[in-house]
Design a binder for this molecule. Structure first.
Ligand code: FE
Length: 341
């Protein structure tokens, strides 16, 4: 029933285009869960180079996804950008994305950072590490995420709430590697070791370690980067009290996630959209992610910023990130069972 009205709409759109002909300027519409200041300069650069205007709509990932679902085939969005593979997987499941095959994207992005069917493509890598109070923790006592359940950490760990997708993805990755049973056991110990009821974002966990509320926290490294390089002196001083520990270096590698992008099912500006996707994995854009956002490039051979290099090299988990989405529901249930608030 809806089909005919949608068809007539798209016919109107086509007619509209043919009326203006050459005068139509190229554009692409992007829904972004990434904050405007963390993406806009790159988009401006793209427009400068390509002549394609980018219309940016920013919002929370879940709200953008709901909007895409509601708008259906009439959505003006060509692209969806999120900061977590779990949410991109949700978008794929919801049927709002379509696959893109691009030799440029394939060459730039390792397979495990991309949906196997091409529904979404990783753009930047984010590592979720353990940070510790430099003056109170001997890093030789640390090993891997599972070790956070050990008795020696009782009442000493801070981590944000279980409704946070970064934690859900971390737990999903543990389920992928070790199975449900081992993860249930782990979570029970981890929750027992929490210094306080989970609250705040990753930066708040770093602050809690700095003021002595806890000795360890689990955070994404770019938050440390923001704290250390920003103008806020108090934040910088707090971030300076903690050190980065790379977990699981002898086993699975550190848990990583990606910010990534997918072409919408409804895309009207397909060519322009793919051009923007390809620009985002260009050397220039990849370097920008590292310098400005303190994230790791997805593309090999791009040098990380000096700050990132100061935390050392690490082995990253090469789990196919689509698994994070597939196991998300299991992860959430396991966190609930363990009483992780
Ligand atoms: Fe974040």
């Amino acid at each position: 029933m809806k089909k005919s009205s949608m068809m007539s709409l798209s016919v109107t759109a086509l007619l509209g285009l043919s009326f203006v002909g050459e005068a139509v300027s190229a554009e692409v519409n992007l829904y972004s869960a990434r904050k405007e200041n963390l993406i806009k300069p790159l988009l401006d650069r793209f427009t400068e180079q390509s002549g394609i205007a980018v219309n940016l709509v920013t919002g929370k990932a879940d709200a953008l996804l709901q909007r895409l679902e509601r708008e259906g085939d009439n959505s003006p969005a060509d692209l969806l950008l999120t900061t977590d593979a779990g949410r991109l997987h949700r978008a794929k499941q919801a049927g709002v994305l379509q696959p893109v095959q691009s030799a440029t994207l394939e060459a730039a992005t390792p397979n495990h950072y991309t949906d196997p069917e091409g529904y979404w493509h990783g753009l930047s890598v984010r590592a979720r590490v353990i940070v510790y109070a430099t003056d109170r923790v001997d890093p030789s006592a640390l090993s891997n995420y599972m070790g956070l359940a050990g008795d020696q950490w009782e009442g000493r760990i801070c981590i944000r709430s279980s409704d946070n997708i970064y934690n859900q993805s971390l737990v999903a990755s543990r389920i992928a590697h070790y199975g449900q049973q081992a993860v249930d056991q782990w979570l029970e110990g981890l929750v027992e070791n929490l210094a306080r009821r989970p609250a705040g974002g990753d930066r708040d966990q770093v602050k809690a370690v700095a003021v002595g509320q806890c000795d360890l926290a689990v955070v994404n490294t770019y938050y440390l980067g923001v704290m250390l390089s920003g103008d806020d002196e108090a934040q910088r001083e707090m971030a300076e009290q903690v050190s980065v520990f790379w977990p699981n270096q002898g086993s699975t590698g550190v848990h990583v996630n990606v910010s990534g992008i997918g072409l919408t099912q409804a895309a009207n500006n397909r060519e322009e959209a793919v051009q923007l996707m390809e620009f985002l994995v260009s050397d220039e854009a990849q370097r920008w992610y590292a310098e400005q956002n303190h994230e790791y490039p997805v593309k090999a051979g791009i040098e990380a910023s000096e700050l990132l290099q100061s935390w050392g090299e690490f082995k990253a988990d090469d789990l196919s990130l689509g698994r994070l989405g597939e196991l998300n529901a299991e992860a959430v249930k396991a966190m609930d069972r363990a009483g992780w608030r």
